[in-house]
Design a protein around this ligand. Structure first.
Ligand SMILES: [Fe+2]
Ligand SMILES: [Fe+2]
Length: 154
């Protein structure tokens, strides 16, 4: 099914943000592991895998719409040097994703493409959960202090 070029461009933009997130989270997960923060590393690794599934879904949809998936384009990767910076950078990445998926959904409505809209809505739910997850960690750091929080993440 031939898709609207604007929609394919939009999906490729979302794909770039997913591929960026995968790289950012994978590196951060390994950093956490290195610091002995296995629990936190696990959480970030799981998030990276979810983003990989999103990328896979987007690639599938672009191909279905007879577009060309662009996997060579990454946005700027912001790797936090310490845990609090990781949270700040990851939250920014997730907020960008949320905005992007909302814009994509809007475009689908405009084009009357309900199937793609549903796909994007499914991914948006995951991104919402990621925002929630990161905000919860930041909240815990605020409440218990960084050192105590890190102690719970080994
Ligand atoms: Fe994602
Ligand atoms: Fe996400």
């Amino acid at each position: 099914m031939k898709g609207d070029p604007k929609l394919i461009e939009c999906l490729n933009g979302l794909l770039a943000s997913e591929l960026t997130a995968i790289n950012q989270y994978m590196v951060e997960a390994e950093m956490c592991e290195n610091w002995g923060l296995a629990k936190l590393g696990d959480m970030e690794q799981k998030r990276a895998i979810t983003e990989m599934k999103h990328a896979e879904t987007l690639i599938g949809r672009i191909l279905f719409l007879e577009g060309l998936p662009i996997v060579s384009k990454l946005n700027d990767i912001h790797i936090g040097a310490e845990v609090p910076q990781q949270f700040t950078n990851d939250l920014a990445a997730e907020m960008t994703a949320v905005r992007g998926y909302n814009a994509g959904i809007e475009l689908c409505v405009k084009l009357g493409d309900n199937a793609t809209k549903e796909i994007l809505e499914g991914i948006l739910k995951d991104e919402d959960a990621h925002v929630d997850q990161i905000e919860e960690q930041m909240d815990r750091v605020k409440k218990m202090g960084l050192q105590v929080y890190l102690g719970t993440q080994m």
